[in-house]
Write a protein that binds this ligand. Structure first.
Ligand SMILES: Nc1ncnc2c1ncn2[C@@H]1O[C@H](COP(=O)(O)OP(=O)(O)OP(=O)(O)O)[C@@H](O)[C@H]1O
Length: 250
């Protein structure tokens, strides 16, 4: 069995048509870029995996160690899952460092573990010097890095990052790529992104999602093969592959 298995997941927003209709897919360890046009359902999928939204039907099962846990067992499941939502907003009244400690503690880290994990996570995202600042006083890009630090500060086996590089300057985007590259390869990391140029060299797999359906799910090299042979520039191959799967239909 794959480590994270989604079976027949269906979801509709209240009063709306089904957005996800019996979606099944599975993920092993490694980093997956989730691509798709605006409104494709990427945030909805990640929110369902984070249990911030509740599916109409279907099962998500996470294998860990010798056992497994289903997402309906919310308390136990959530301890294994870190999530940076698309609309992350810091909690009022906490400093940057307190915020990261709080995020780790919420996920089951002891106070002592959270205290030692926070400076490491802040260093990873380049916010060490802001540790004593008020979290709500950070700029938009800094707040996204704070959210990322919170997701990195505990030992989750699944990390869900919804557009983590949105609003980051080029240096910080590069830093984020390095953070991803340095992550434990045993973790399952799912990252929703519109930045196709960052895929080669950073991710292992690609999932293309459109209109609530999976259009492609495979390795980065399989994805790139759709966009031309090896003589073509890698970024052009990625753009062409994406265009074929999504834009070509419009
Ligand atoms: N709270 C909501 N209530 C009703 N419909 C919603 C809600 N949130 C999202 N939708 C609709 O669900 C669909 C999928 O949205 P979602 O945010 O999951 O897409 P996305 O792929 O993440 O898009 P983007 O790339 O723009 O972030 C869209 O048609 C959107 O309008």
């Amino acid at each position: 069995m794959k480590k994270l298995k989604i079976t027949n997941l269906s979801f509709s927003y209240t009063g709306g048509d089904p957005l996800l209709d019996a979606v099944s897919m599975a993920f092993n360890s490694g980093k997956t870029a989730i691509l798709g046009p605006n409104g494709a359902g990427k945030t909805t999928l990640l929110s369902l995996l984070a249990t911030a939204l509740h599916a109409n039907t279907g099962i998500v099962e996470l294998k860990h160690g010798a056992g497994s846990v289903q997402f309906t067992n919310i308390r136990a499941y959530r301890k294994h899952v870190a999530w940076l939502p698309q609309d992350f907003v810091p909690v009022e009244g906490l400093s940057v460092e307190e915020h990261v400690r709080y995020s780790a503690w919420l996920k089951g880290a002891s106070r002592k573990e959270a205290k030692s994990a926070a400076p490491i996570a802040l260093e990873q995202v380049g916010l060490t010097e802001m540790a004593m600042h008020k979290a709500t006083a950070l700029s938009g890009g800094q707040q996204r890095r704070l959210g990322l630090a919170g997701a990195l500060a505990h030992d989750a086996s699944v990390i869900l990052l919804d557009e983590p590089t949105a609003g980051l300057d080029p240096n910080q985007r590069e830093r984020f790529q390095k953070i991803l590259q340095g992550m434990d390869p045993k973790k399952i990391v799912l990252v929703s992104t519109h930045q196709t140029e960052d895929i080669d060299g950073t991710f292992d797999s690609v999932l293309v999602f459109d209109q609530g359906h999976q259009k492609f799910h495979g390795s980065v090299s399989e994805f790139m093969q759709l966009g031309g042979d090896q003589h073509v520039d890698p970024r052009d191959r990625i753009r062409a592959a994406y265009g074929q799967l999504v834009m070509g239909e419009r």
